[in-house]
Ligand binder design. Structure first.
Ligand SMILES: [Cu+2]
Length: 163
């Protein structure tokens, strides 16, 4: 008889332990659910800004109602380095240099493979913004443009081209 009781008695503390631990175990998924990034404004969506598709090269691209800009490459983009030029204008048509512009080039079909990182355009004496873009492969390319004033982003746009 004692042989049968012994293993049973030994099992009792185990059962108690499971019963005691159960509320804690079930409390944990609930806590992690409330920390899920989808429920907070700092989720992955908030960290990936949207870039508006821009009109073709040489066309006016409006930034709200105050500025517009025109972009073009120094030559039809092909393999090798190309210079992307942006001219920024006030709504009165006067060329201005009131904003900071950065560009980031990559191939959308193989994102990350040729990512240039965000690089600041440099101003020439005429007040044109210039950025070298290194085209290292034929295919689809994009440049993401970010316009800011005193570090505050006021416009994001992307231009697409094929090589
Ligand atoms: Cu590529």
């Amino acid at each position: 008889m004692t042989r049968l009781i012994k293993p049973f008695a030994a099992a009792i503390p185990l059962v108690l332990l499971v019963l005691l631990a159960a509320p804690f175990a079930s409390a944990q998924p609930a806590a992690s659910c409330c920390n899920s990034p989808g429920l907070t404004p700092s989720g992955p969506k908030a960290r990936t800004p949207e870039f508006k598709d821009l009109p073709k090269a040489g066309k006016k691209c409006w930034i709200g109602e105050v500025y517009y800009f025109i972009y073009e490459f120094d030559r039809t983009p092909k393999m090798g380095p190309a210079i992307l030029k942006i001219q920024l204008f006030g709504k009165d048509g006067k060329q201005v240099t009131a904003l900071d512009i950065t560009g980031r080039s990559d191939m959308p079909s193989m994102r990350g493979a040729h990512d240039s990182g965000e690089v600041a355009f440099k101003l020439n004496r005429k007040g044109d913004y210039l950025l070298p873009v290194n085209i290292v492969m034929p295919g689809d390319w994009e440049v993401q443009l970010t316009f800011s004033r005193t570090k505050i982003v006021i416009f994001r746009g992307r231009l697409l081209f094929d090589v």
